[in-house]
Write a protein that binds this ligand. Structure first.
Ligand code: NIG
Ligand code: FE
Length: 418
């Protein structure tokens, strides 16, 4: 394979010296910007990042053997990382969108048997091939928006067989599709109707039956739960997350999405890798997350689509919480693959700066799925996941909002979008 030489970008956002830890506070607002920047990619790896002059000097006559990409007037960043998606599912729920626009709430629809239940029925009925095909298409769309790594949750099976099927599909997609996929078990996404009268019995089933089998299969790395009034209580969520920990599954949590419910506090207490949503997180919960270094994965697209107030991203960063951004891609509360739009909303709805949102969708997003050392940064020696945006600087990426500026995507050293 010929080397790829990206040349003369008006800005390259290069890796910073120490990216072993998530970025917090002022560090979230710092980017390593190289003007007239170039990147040398060889054998799938980023060999060198610097000014064009530096790289030409270093590679000398080898420049002639490379495939040169002229990036004049463009911005080069790491491949974007989406740390929270419900990628593998069947069907759509535009009927519920219409119901919400006519006054019904998300929870009312769910409690009447729609919402997550509706997608569970569709997912249970789908064949493995159908799930694979639908999800493959979504991954293509992610890639077209510059996303090169996604986390994918189960959670539309609510029985072991279908939960495992979702994880299996995610695992096959990881092998077959250029986008890298990190898998999360979410057996506790909602209480299935057959357990409505005895939710603890379902929690027991997740703990005693599903978690051990999922852990044994090696199909998941994280364990997530929807901690919300009317879904799983903080006590039940804690039991589920602790049980996962005992089997080596790292805890994640859908926390304080609709109502304040002490989800952020729980995330800190169990040492979760991340607490996600946090629209209604308490100040105390946020303080505890900062103290414990729990990543806040914020999903402003979900707030936007549910017509709710966004999480207080600005306040969380100022309080010392490391913040990441994600689409939450799912058929009910956020049917989008546009992480660039989510970054726009990070600025416009949560008061984050253009530099902060870029770090939140790259470096910190990678940390939110324990990939901080392999993804989310244009650092020498890393796998070459690189995006060229058709915009001259990182501020315009946010300023010209609602536009997909993705021009070229390189995944593991191969041009996959052009
Ligand atoms: O992150 N809140 C729980 N889970 C998803 C929505 C899933 C769905 O509606 O299908 C979320 O918002
Ligand atoms: Fe979610």
């Amino acid at each position: 394979m010929k080397p790829i030489f990206i040349r003369h970008a008006s800005q390259v956002i290069a890796g910073q010296k120490d990216q072993g830890d998530p970025l917090t506070q002022e560090a979230m607002n710092v980017l390593n910007v190289i003007e007239d920047g170039s990147v040398w990619i060889e054998e799938g790896v980023i060999k060198r990042v610097g000014t064009d002059t530096q790289l030409v000097e270093e590679f000398g006559s080898r420049v002639e053997e490379a495939d040169v990409i002229d990036a004049r007037g463009k911005l080069v960043t790491p491949g974007l990382v989406d740390p929270h998606t419900h990628l593998v599912h069947a069907g759509t729920r535009e009927n519920e969108f219409d119901m919400r626009l006519n006054g019904k709430t998300y929870m009312e629809i769910m409690n009447a048997g729609g919402g997550i239940h509706a997608t569970t029925r569709a997912t249970r009925e789908a064949t493995e091939e159908e799930l694979y095909k639908e999800s493959y298409e979504r991954l293509n769309q992610f890639l077209l928006h510059g996303v090169t790594t996604v986390e994918a949750k189960s959670g539309y099976g609510m029985n072991l067989e279908v939960e495992m099927r979702q994880l299996q599909v995610a695992s096959e997609l990881h092998k077959d599709h250029p986008v890298d996929i990190v898998r999360t078990f979410m057996g506790a996404h909602v209480v299935p109707p057959e357990y409505k009268e005895d939710t603890d019995a379902f929690v027991d089933l997740v703990i005693d039956h599903m978690i051990p089998k999922v852990a044994e299969s090696g199909l998941a790395e994280f364990n997530d739960v929807f901690c919300e009034r009317g879904v799983f209580t903080p006590e039940q969520s804690k039991r589920i997350l602790e049980a996962g920990k005992a089997y080596g599954l790292h805890p994640k949590i859908h926390a304080d999405e609709i109502e304040p419910y002490k989800g952020a506090e729980l995330a800190a207490e169990v040492g979760a890798i991340s607490a996600d949503h946090l629209l209604r997180a308490s100040d105390e919960g946020v303080r505890m997350m900062a103290e414990r270094g729990v990543m806040g994965v914020l999903l402003p697209g979900t707030a936007f689509f549910l017509m709710a107030d966004s999480a207080n991203g600005r306040g969380m960063i100022d309080a010392g919480v490391p913040v990441a951004l994600s689409t939450d891609c799912n058929p009910g509360s956020s049917p989008t693959v546009s992480l660039p739009l989510i970054m726009n909303l990070g600025c416009l709805k949560m008061g984050m700066t253009p530099a902060e949102v870029l770090n939140a969708a790259t470096v910190n997003a990678a940390h939110a799925i324990r990939r901080g050392n392999v993804a989310g940064s244009l650092s020498e020696g890393r796998k070459a996941d690189v995006v060229i945006h058709n915009t001259p600087n990182f501020m315009q990426l946010q300023y010209r909002y609602g536009v997909n500026h993705t021009d070229t995507v390189i995944k593991a050293g191969k041009v996959v979008v052009k």
